[in-house]
Design a protein around this ligand. Structure first.
Ligand SMILES: [Zn+2]
Length: 278
């Protein structure tokens, strides 16, 4: 049996449930497990540096009329959205940074100050706990960037750290032996002291990547690994108000074909440790 995890990133105070329904209703209707990496306290002045844009632009998931305001919006204050998210039967909620705002020269969790890292983690966890009445045990770093100090802080309060790729230069030395073993075994995770660090390089559907190429990467990955995390961003499925049909169709077809294939099972992050420890 192989295991697939769907991870959607960037749900926040401003996310519209109608848009989530437009993209994921085929998943919700079938109760396929899905994981939402949630920004607990999004900052409306958060900007992004990304490979799809050389400019320092405002995050596209912040509505135009709010962009640039140095103000934070806790997701638990959007009661309607929380009610709808909580009504989903097979959804799990992960902590995705705190405000998603980068500091000068560093992405949000690339910083070194332990007290700031801990405060962000504590306050973010509390907001998610208020919203979902459950502690989130999986962390996703904004832009996939983190410092060693952040890694050590995560190890203390989370079960799982989900990453695009594990950066050898950013993990503590005590993890290096396990890192090389992972490489040697062509594995995609390190499990040490009850902390799971899981990578999934290139496993994504994105409007900024060529869909055919992403599909091929995914084929190869699914073939050679027992566990795969497929990452998508709900806001990327839209061009303005319209659904990006090409991206949506590729994603939907892939999920449904895996759903119908009995060699694959969709799971949530909280089920991973059991599978890995088996
Ligand atoms: Zn993000």
């Amino acid at each position: 049996m192989k295991y697939v995890i769907i991870r959607d990133d960037d749900v926040n105070f401003f996310t519209k449930i109608e848009n989530l329904n437009k993209v994921y209703s085929f998943i919700f209707e079938r109760n396929i497990p899905i994981n939402f990496a949630i920004i607990p306290n999004v900052d409306a002045s958060a900007k992004t540096f990304s490979d799809h844009s050389s400019d320092n632009i405002y995050e596209p998931f912040i509505p135009k009329e709010f962009r640039g305001q140095e103000k934070q919006f806790p997701i638990n204050e959007n009661k309607e959205l929380i009610k709808d998210l909580r009504s989903l039967r097979n959804a799990e909620f992960l902590l995705h940074g705190f405000t998603h705002k980068s500091e000068v020269g560093n992405f949000e969790f690339e910083i070194e100050e332990e007290s700031v890292i801990n405060e962000k983690l504590n306050r973010g966890s509390k907001i998610l706990e208020l919203a979902f009445e459950k502690k989130s045990k999986t962390f996703v770093a904004p832009q996939d960037k983190y410092s060693e100090k952040a890694f050590l802080a995560l190890q203390k309060s989370f079960d799982t750290f989900s990453l695009g790729w594990i950066d050898k230069a950013k993990i503590p030395k005590s993890f290096l032996i396990k890192y090389y073993l992972m490489k040697l075994r062509n594995n995609n995770y390190i499990f040490k002291d009850n902390f799971l660090v899981l990578q999934h390089p290139g496993c994504q559907f994105s409007k900024f990547k060529e869909i055919k190429k992403s599909s091929l990467i995914l084929d190869k990955y699914l073939f050679s690994h027992k566990i795969a995390v497929l990452v998508v961003h709900n806001w990327e499925f839209f061009n303005g108000k319209n659904l990006n049909q090409e991206l949506y169709t590729a994603f939907k077809n892939r999920i449904l074909s895996l759903w119908e294939n009995e060699d694959f099972k969709f799971i949530n992050f909280s089920e991973l440790n059991k599978i890995i420890c088996k």
